[in-house]
Every structure is written in structure tokens, then in C-alpha cells.
Design a protein around this ligand. Structure first.
Ligand code: HEC
Length: 429
């Protein structure tokens, strides 16, 4: 049938199985890595500039050390930044290619801007470590990199919204109009707050786990501790706010009790994390143990799992939308071919057709030209299809009667008549 090739269903949520876990894993690797790079870049530039206004050397040292651990390497950028992102975009494209939207340009934008941003931040890191100076050009390029990454994740947030709102696909040719909605802002905010939390934790990890103690003096460490805890807490307070905001933007079909439960769980985990992190401020010998890191990872896994649940309910809705679109398409094709299947077969229409087209030869209880329906219809009991087929193409049956002529009915008309006859027979028998 023409046009059938374009009517292919996307995978059902149940078929997604392993793929769903893969997406969670890829998101976990990529978002945490990208968030750390971006957060590190922002903080490093901030303290670098601060260090040149206020000549206290600890700001500049802090700036250098932040970018040293978070600025990453080209290898890591490729393995944890580029590769997972490309894989994610390919998985999303697999699901979205039916949307009719120009998603490939959209996804290409995300990949190019995210990767370019990470490389620019890396370039800044190299320069800062080489010579301890704020070079305007280099810092400018780093800021450009940060903006580029922000652009990428803003659009990334919007691409996730596409999943959740299949009903608007038909309205747009490109996803650009969907960029500016509360749902996108909420998701982008979630990315920013997760980035801040990860970066703050990264700072604590660097100073209190990785750096040999003798290398840094107590005063500087105290400063780093306050900065790290401050940034983590700012981020971690923002996460539930973003999540709540996100929930309010979701379509009703996404809001399952399971989703609410996972969100409550995230809240509990983040509260434990906050207690652990603030505990570092008051301890005499602050040390970052595995607790907060485990809680942060758990929270991230739960956040992406909740995201997966939203995606699955949307996928279900999407299948329904595609099926509706497909049915409409087939009906339009049928109408063009003159079958007129655009309308649905119903008993009510059948009764009308019976009155107009059949009564001159048929009655239910008595013989007219043709046999009474009460005698012939029982053989079709429950089988609308065969009866429709007979009405469309009558064949010679009973030697006591002449042949029934072909009445030239449309399929939907014959089907309506068949439905009506079967229903009416059931009522009368
Ligand atoms: C011009 C007369 C005529 C008209 C109009 C007519 N029929 Fe018939 N119909 C017949 C005759 C004659 C037979 C018996 C044919 C045979 O047994 O071979 C028949 C047989 C049938 C049978 C029995 C088939 C079977 O398997 O035994 C059904 C059901 C039927 N008609 C439905 C309809 C419906 C529905 C319409 C209106 C949409 C209709 N007919 C209009 C003449 C007519």
C-alpha cells in the first residue's frame, strides 16, 4: 500500500528495556562530566577575575586549582563528553525521527556546541596552568565555551521536552518554538543546579581527598572548604525546586504515583547529602568520606530514572499519536481512491442504508425478492467481515432465489449494513 513505509511505529516502552538503562547510564556519565567542566570553568574564571581585582593570591590559586581538576583532558572530553553525547543523540533520534521535526539539525547543534565548549574550557585550563595570568583573549574564549555549553544544554533540555509533548509535533516544523517554555526552563535549571552541586562536591573532593595535606596551608583549606560547601549547598537547594517546577509542567498522563514517589526519594537522598556536607564545616579535621559522593550519585541515578519514567509514559502517548496519525493518513488515502473509508462504520448508518438500499428486496421475517434475513444472517453471526464481503460482492447461493445484484456500495457502507443486520438479528431472534 502506498505510504505504508512512512507509517512505522516507534518502539513501545516495553521494547525499550535495556535501552532505557543505557540512556540512564549515558546521561549519568555525560551530564555529571559536562556539569563539572562547565561549573569548574565558571568558578575558575570568576575567581581568576576576582584575584586580579583583589590581589589576594588565594583567589588566583583557587581559580587555578579548580580548573586543574575540572578542566579535564582531551581524552576524557572524548570518552565522557563526546561519545556518550553522540550515543544519546542517536538513541533519541531513533525515537524521534517520526516526529516530522527537523531533529537532526537540533541534535547536531547540541553535539557541536557542547564539544566546542568543552574544548574551549580545556584550552583555558592549559593556559592558566602554564602561566599564572589572566589573558583576556583566553578568558574570553573560556566564557564563550561556557556560553556554548549553556546553549547546548538549553537545547538539550528542549529536546527532552519533545518527548513529553507529542501532541504538539504536528503544529511545528522545527523544534525551535518549543525552546521557550516553562518546561524547558525547569529542565535547564535542573542541569545548572546539578552542575553546581557536582562542582562543589568536586572542589571538596579535590582539596580533602586528592591533594596531599602538606601541600596546602590551613587557611587556604578553610577557604576552599567554605567555597566548596557553599557551592554544593546552593546547588542542592536548587535541585528540588527545579524538580518541583518540572513536575508542574508535565502533562497529566506523566504524573504517576511512582514518579511522585521517586521524587520524594530524591528529596530524602539530597537531605542526607546536605547534612553530610554541612557536617564538614563544623568538624575539626574535615575530610570528605564516601557518604556524600554516594548520595550524590544515588540522587543523580534517581533523577535520570524519573526522567526515564517520564520518557516512557510519553512514548506510550506518542505511539497513540502516531497510530492516530496513521489512521488518518490511511483514511485520506482511501478517500482519494474513492472508497470513502474516512468515515467509521456504525449500526446507525447501517440502518439508513438498509432502509434506502435493501428494503425493496429484503425484510427480516418475510420473503421478498431475496430471502428473509432471519434465515440468512445467522450464518454470519459475529462475523462482520464475511457479511461485509458478501454485500460488497454477492455470489450465487440459494437455487430458490435469483442472484443478488452488486449494489456498488462503498466498503464503509457495506460494513455499516452488516453491523446493523447482525445487531438487529440479535435483537429479534
Ligand atoms: C435487487 C434485489 C436486492 C437488493 C436491493 C438487495 N438484495 Fe440481498 N439478496 C437478494 C437476493 C435475490 C438474494 C439471494 C441470493 C442467493 O441466494 O444467491 C439476496 C441475499 C442476501 C443475503 C443472504 C446471503 C447468503 O449468504 O445467503 C444477504 C445477507 C443480503 N442479501 C443482504 C443485502 C443487503 C444488506 C442489501 C442492502 C444493502 C441487499 N441485500 C440488497 C436481492 C437483493
Amino acid at each position: 500500500m502506498p505510504g505504508d513505509h512512512s507509517f512505522v511505529l516507534m518502539p513501545a516502552p516495553s521494547q525499550f528495556g535495556v535501552l532505557g538503562f543505557l540512556i540512564i547510564l549515558l546521561l549519568l556519565i555525560h551530564i555529571l562530566f559536562a556539569g563539572l567542566m562547565m561549573g569548574g570553568g565558571v568558578l575558575s574564571v570568576f575567581f581568576n577575575i576576582l584575584g586580579h581585582i583583589d590581589k589576594r593570591s588565594r583567589f588566583r590559586r583557587f581559580s587555578r586549582e579548580i580548573i586543574r581538576y575540572s578542566g579535564s583532558t582531551p581524552g576524557a572530553i572524548f570518552l565522557m563528553g563526546f561519545l556518550p553525547l553522540v550515543s544519546l543523540m542517536m538513541l533519541y533520534a531513533r525515537v524521534m525521527y517520526l516526529s516530522g521535526l527537523d531533529i537532526f539539525h537540533f541534535f547536531a547543534f547540541i553535539i557541536v556546541h557542547s564539544t566546542a565548549g568543552m574544548l574551549l574550557i580545556y584550552n583555558y585550563k592549559k593556559g592558566v596552568i602554564r602561566d599564572d595570568e589572566v589573558r583576556v583573549v583566553r578568558t574570553g574564549l573560556c566564557l564563550l565555551g561556557i556560553l556554548s555549553m549553556m546553549g547546548a544544554y538549553f537545547v538539550f533540555a528542549a529536546s527532552r521536552i519533545l518527548f513529553a509533548t507529542p501532541e504538539v509535533w504536528e503544529l511545528f516544523r522545527t523544534p525551535v518554538p518549543m525552546l521557550f517554555s516553562a518546561a524547558v526552563a525547569a529542565r535547564f535549571n535542573l542541569f545548572l543546579t546539578v552542575s553546581a552541586t557536582v562542582t562543589g562536591t568536586g572542589i571538596l573532593l579535590y582539596f580533602f581527598r586528592w591533594l596531599p595535606p602538606m601541600e596546602s596551608d590551613a587557611d587556604y583549606r578553610k577557604f576552599a572548604l567554605r567555597a566548596g560547601v557553599g557551592i554544593s549547598i546552593t546547588g542542592v537547594i536548587g535541585i528540588p525546586v527545579s524538580l518541583l517546577w518540572l513536575l508542574t509542567t508535565l502533562p497529566d498522563f506523566s504524573l504517576s504515583p511512582e514518579l511522585i514517589f521517586i521524587n520524594v526519594l530524591i528529596l530524602v537522598v539530597l537531605m542526607i547529602y546536605t547534612l553530610q556536607i554541612t557536617g564538614m564545616l563544623t568538624s575539626i579535621r574535615p575530610k570528605l568520606n564516601n557518604g556524600p559522593i554516594a548520595m550524590l550519585l544515588l540522587a543523580a541515578i534517581l533523577i535520570f530514572t524519573a526522567d526515564g519514567m517520564i520518557r516512557e509514559t510519553s512514548l506510550q502517548e506518542m505511539r497513540a499519536v502516531v497510530i492516530r496519525q496513521g489512521e488518518r493518513m490511511l483514511a485520506e488515502q482511501a478517500e482519494k481512491r474513492g472508497i470513502g473509508a474516512a468515515a467509521e462504520a456504525t449500526a446507525a448508518k447501517g440502518e439508513e442504508i438498509f432502509q434506502n438500499r435493501c428494503t425493496m428486496c429484503h425484510a427480516f421475517d418475510t420473503r421478498v425478492v431475496g430471502p428473509p434475513y432471519m434465515e440468512t444472517v445467522p450464518q454470519y453471526a459475529g462475523d462482520v467481515e464475511s457479511l461485509t464481503e458478501y454485500i460488497l460482492n454477492p455470489v450465487k447461493k440459494n437455487p430458490d432465489y435469483p442472484a443478488m445484484p452488486d449494489l456498488g456500495l462503498k466498503t464503509v457502507e457495506a460494513e455499516s449494513a452488516a453491523i446493523y443486520l447482525l445487531e438487529e438479528y440479535e435483537k429479534r431472534k
